[in-house]
Design a protein around this ligand. Sequence first.
Ligand code: MN3
Length: 228
Amino acid sequence: MAILGSLPLIACTNNSNNNQSKSKRMSTKFQLPELGYAANALEPYIDEATVNFHYGKHHNGYTNNLNAALEGHALEGKSIEEVLANINPEDKALRNNGGGYYNHNLYWEVLTPGGGALSADLEAAIKDSFGSVEKFKEEFSQKAATLFGSGWAWLVVGADKKLSITTTPNQDNPLMSKIAEVKGTPILGIDVWEHAYYLKYQNLRPNYIKNFVENVNWTVISEKYAAV
Ligand code: MN3
């Protein structure tokens, strides 16, 4: 399964108000991906009000701000993965909004309701790196819980399809080759910004993390692992 919104849509607009110029402006825009399920579909773990703000306001905002940051930029028209790989640390608008766009695409995708099962390949890789699926969940949850401030915890596929857990601050992610400490392809990510949980869980970040980890769709994550 490809990540939705990986490539920007190309739209050409005719400047019909000015027939003399007949200019055609090409623009490439990333779209907010469809959620694919109802805003209340993740209840009671992630509540409807949080989904409406998080998806409809925050994720939508990152999408619009990414498009604005890319206007006239050398990376305009590239896939989101190429954009992330080439962001310079000081390019704050692209760093924050390119990361924000990609990270939230992945977040909603792995939360797809319906349960799901680990593939044999991913289960073997998890056991190889962490000892057991339960040990993986413990370590992932612990790193997400103890990340100071706003950021993300990731399950990352690196060289030789080896798995590791890492965290990034703000909207950084492991595809940012010029920025991330641990580089690789994320196949699972949890948002621990307060906007992801505060309406329902208030200060109880560990409770949000526990419910998240127990309700991700392992079928989707296994497909992502296979595609790396
Ligand atoms: Mn968020």
